[in-house]
Design a protein around this ligand. Structure first.
Ligand code: ADP
Length: 432
């Protein structure tokens, strides 16, 4: 501002000197000077305000400039309001943009935005994790150079996005199953939405296995039953032979019945997500029932012992607990050859937890099977299980009941020596 005034003063002085040289008369010079001065006042006013405006524009301080008076006041005021509004709008747009980014980041699904050439414009951190991408590194890279799976490249090239695409064995360790679908938007742009369907795929595979297993388990007794029926129908059998066939049919029908019963028990347990009730279960009564059933099943072939080392009872659902305990006892008797022994015990440990254990001197189980024993239809000794009426669901039922009572199922086994199956109940489930 000062330099501008100095320049202006210098020009005025020079003008005076020139005018004096030309007119050689101070009177005229003063007259002309006065006229020019009167004309120059508004020019000077305009110049000063323009200079101020220029400075504020360059310093980006238009919002804070003080308003001049007169004609320029309105210009300054309107300009100031315009800049304020524009800045406010930019701030709002930036905030909205940030909110969108935050929302996309919070999404449990992977999101990738592609431009018309399938180059990555933006992706969220879930998509980075799914595809091993890095937004900073890979921005504006063609996605098919980074995800090279042929089915994905084909999907993008086809440009028909009505159906989603399933990509299996994805992620760093190949454990992810991803469902991906592209949605066109804007000008030739695409939004890729990616969902982790690993658990769904696993559940689906389990459901398929389960249906296949149930069908297989049912088909065998039905086929045998039909074979017997045809024989009885077509052959003229003697009464004793007929009775023998009827017995065999009955045993197949019983096998189907136990399978259906076990399936229903499992379905009921799975449907009930609440913890088991806290009714007092008298262990003495339970032990007596178990003993009766065990003796009937063993036919005196095993040395059986039932011991309660504590008067403490259990808090839970009596029907469920009895079902779990009798599954363990019947397994021990069914898998232990004749002359072996089965020891059933109820005791408290030093932590105040209640332990129900069944120890047998049966064939034992190799360690690689132990973690899978509670899977439905998992059998170590398939033929022995079938021959003794096993459904392959017993330990799955025990595991469910144990979970519903916050108990732990512990299995210790030595091949050739025997096994111990123990249910350890927390102190909250023990009644004094
Ligand atoms: P199953 O009806 O076939 O007995 P379970 O679920 O009760 O089914 O048991 C799963 C498998 O675990 C059985 O098929 C059997 O091979 C093995 N198993 C269970 N209990 C014992 C045991 N006490 N001794 C040896 N093997 C056992």
């Amino acid at each position: 501002m000062i330099s501008a005034l100095t320049r202006f003063a210098t020009i005025i002085c020079l003008a005076f000197v020139c005018a004096f040289i030309v007119f050689n008369n101070w009177g005229e010079v003063w007259g002309i000077a006065t006229g020019i001065f009167i004309l120059a006042i508004p020019l000077l006013y305009t110049y000063i305000n323009l200079a101020r405006l220029r400075r504020h524009v360059l310093e980006d301080s238009v919002e804070n400039m003080s308003l001049p008076s007169g004609y320029w006041e309105e210009i300054f005021f309107r300009l100031q309001r315009l800049v304020r509004n524009l800045k406010q709008r930019i701030r709002t747009t930036e905030q909205q943009h940030d909110h969108f980014i935050e929302a996309f980041q919070a999404s449990p699904n992977g999101i990738v935005m592609l431009d018309g050439d399938d180059q990555i414009e933006w992706c969220n951190s879930i998509a980075e994790h799914f595809f091993g991408l890095s937004f900073r590194r890979d921005v504006m890279q063609r996605i098919n150079f980074l995800i090279r799976r042929p089915e994905f490249v084909q999907y993008l090239n086809k440009k028909i996005f009505d159906e989603p695409l399933l990509l299996e064995r994805m992620g760093q360790d190949g454990s992810l199953s991803l469902m991906l679908q592209a949605f066109p938007f804007g000008q030739k742009r695409h939004l890729l939405l990616v969902q982790d369907v690993t658990d769904l795929q696993k559940a689906d595979a389990m459901r398929r296995d389960f249906v296949a297993n149930v069908s297989h388990e049912m088909r065998t007794p039905i086929t045998v039953l039909m074979g017997f029926l045809e024989t009885v129908q077509s052959l003229d059998l003697e009464k004793s032979q007929q009775d023998q066939y009827f017995d065999m049919m009955m045993s197949q029908a019983k096998r189907m019945k136990s399978l259906v019963e076990d399936l229903l028990t499992l379905a009921n347990l799975e449907a009930n997500t609440l913890p088991a009730s806290l009714n007092v279960i008298k262990i003495e009564t339970l032990m007596a029932l178990l003993k009766n059933d065990a003796e009937a099943l063993s036919h005196g072939s095993h040395a059986l012992s039932f011991t309660s080392l504590t008067p403490n009872n259990l808090l839970g659902d009596e029907k469920e607990v009895l079902s779990a305990f009798s599954n363990l006892v019947s397994n021990a008797i069914r898998y232990t050859p004749d002359v072996g022994s089965v020891e059933v015990k109820w005791q408290m440990n030093s932590n105040g937890q209640g332990e129900f254990s069944v120890t047998d001197t049966g064939p034992g189980i190799a360690s690689e099977h132990l973690s899978r024993l509670t899977e439905r239809f998992y059998r170590v000794d398939r033929s022995r299980s079938r021959d003794t009426g096993g459904t392959g669901l017993g330990l799955a039922i025990v595991k469910h009941i144990s979970n519903r009572h916050q108990a732990q199922l512990l299995i210790e086994s030595t091949p050739g020596k025997g096994s111990t199956f123990m249910l350890r109940f927390p102190k909250e489930r023990i009644s004094a």
